[in-house]
Ligand binder design. Sequence first.
Ligand SMILES: Cc1ncc(C[n+]2csc(CCOP(=O)(O)OP(=O)(O)O)c2C)c(N)n1
Ligand code: SF4
Ligand SMILES: [Mg+2]
Length: 301
Amino acid sequence: MSKERIKISEDLYDIMPSDYQDLVKSATYGKEDRGWKDIGNSKELIEQHSLCAGCPESMAFRYILASLPNPEDTVMVGSTGCTSLVFPMVAVHNIHSLFGNQNAIASGLKRALSVRFPGRTKDVVVLAGDGATVDIGLDMTLQAWFRQEKFTTICFDNELYANTGGQESGLMQKGFVAKMAPVGKLFDKVRLPEIARESGCHYVVQCTVSKPSLIEKVVRNAVMIAREIGPTYLQLYTPCILEIGKNSMEGLQEMRDSEKPTERFAYKEYISEPAKQLLAEVSAKDKEKKAAAKQLAAQGA
Ligand SMILES: Cc1ncc(C[n+]2csc(CCOP(=O)(O)OP(=O)(O)O)c2C)c(N)n1
Ligand code: SF4
Ligand SMILES: [Mg+2]
């Protein structure tokens, strides 16, 4: 594992903005225990990204990118929306797909990568908004799960179409009035975590991105399970502060308020039996590794 696979072409190096050069120089590829604690000493997303100031999607991106277990060999698939604006500003290979098609594109990509690179682990991670995942792309989302495609789907749930000014989405909460949905949502939020479980996902989590350690855990679990067993799904609340009338410092509190046990983003998790077994094996191996490292350190002392 090295930075060899993610580097700036020599011919273009001098014209790349310095913060983009930093993105590649300060990345943590190849670091075995990489995770959210690297944030601050490394770089996952350039400072001048295109999201609104304080948008929780930027926090979510940082935590996810810092937690990918195998970033040099990961390809992310995006879809149109606020999320897609960020992809040119990260140092992980990624492709854009036509709005809603992301899970179809990811299915082909994952299969092609396993043919092109047999014997090498290649992870595929879809990252798209709720409009792309649940409304316009629902067919592609579900069919990928039915076919047991081995990749992770992450939905940034901001409960509306943010990038086009605030239209209603299937994940919008009942009664909410958005700038371009003046009547108010007539139905409850579509229960996509439950649908994901019933459609064959082996690991499903719904949570907010208020806690980086939690995001690290669920991203790792989702990627490892998708690699070995089958589809996984994470639904992360990344409130659109612009639409709900919060200022740039208030996104974190909004997430904390919405994750209380009685609220709509209370932590939800489903793990299939084969996935439970895999996680138990991974955890046993981690313990063995830690014990061996401790013993080695004690011998050296
Ligand atoms: C095929 C197609 N249909 C519609 C659009 C218009 N469009 C662009 S972004 C967007 C909404 C995105 O909403 P969501 O997926 O929730 O992402 P968000 O912007 O909220 O992060 C729509 C409808 C498009 N670009 N392409
Ligand atoms: S419009 Fe909303 S979701 Fe999009 S970047 Fe701004 S705050 Fe974030
Ligand atoms: Mg959205």
